[in-house]
Design a binder for this molecule. Structure first.
Ligand code: FMN
Length: 201
């Protein structure tokens, strides 16, 4: 079976620059033989984590909404792509709230020592981050990357690599940066290739 990838789009704009960059990475990972499900997170209907702590004792979330199926799917995926703009120096609210709901994985892994992802699955899983920021300032991606790395650890899908482009307020259109677009394609392709290789071993 082809490696199964989920791609999370954190930008509210389905045809914005983040989406354009993501589509290059998706072209790459599909060329490497993977199957991809894209999730436009701001379009989902869900509430942020309410800290009910049901997941302290159960391998599920007490809340039932559009996030629910992904809590199951994330146990089985072989790789993850997250494409997001920087907002207020971090991950935009909808995507961050989506990630927070994976506290189910945190509790299973760290509170009960019963991880939801099988060790053999974890061994080949990888995450690719694609991010853009409007500003040309130091530390623009720092907060976002810290949160991403924590999320990757929680869901046992290790942070593998990133494609980052700041200064978008001047660049305007990401397609005018062929090097960045190529980087996204190549990293998508490479991650797919590595996952497929490790799955075959
Ligand atoms: C609410 C909001 C907050 C933002 N905060 C930042 C920021 O902290 N740093 C930054 O570099 N750009 C920031 N931006 C700019 C976006 O990262 C930038 O416009 C990006 O290109 C949008 O991607 P899109 O084309 O996919 O919508 C912000 C944009 C919005 C709408």
């Amino acid at each position: 079976m082809a490696p199964q990838i989920i791609a999370l789009l954190g930008s509210p704009r389905p045809k914005g620059n983040t989406a354009k960059l993501m589509n290059e990475a998706l072209r790459g990972i599909r060329d490497a033989g993977c199957e991809v499900e894209t999730v436009h997170v701001p379009r989902l209907t869900f509430s942020p984590c309410k800290e009910i702590l049901y997941c302290q004792e159960h391998a599920a979330c007490a809340m039932n909404d559009d996030v629910t199926p992904y809590l199951e799917k994330f146990r089985d995926i072989d790789g993850l792509i997250v494409a997001t703009p920087v907002m207020t120096m971090g991950i935009p609210g909808a995507l961050k709230s989506f990630m927070d709901r994976f506290q189910v994985f945190f509790m299973a892994k760290y509170f009960r020592q019963e991880p939801l992802v099988a060790p053999e699955k974890k061994a080949h899983r990888r995450t690719l981050l694609l991010s853009i920021g409007g500003q040309n300032i130091e530390h623009d991606f720092d907060g976002l990357i810290l949160s991403m790395k924590a999320f990757c650890d929680i869901i046992d899908c290790p942070y593998w690599d990133a494609v980052l482009q700041n200064n978008m307020d001047e660049v305007i259109d990401i397609t005018t940066r062929p090097k960045v677009m190529k980087d996204a394609y190549e990293k998508g392709y490479r991650m797919g290739e590595l996952i497929a290789r490790d799955m075959a071993e």
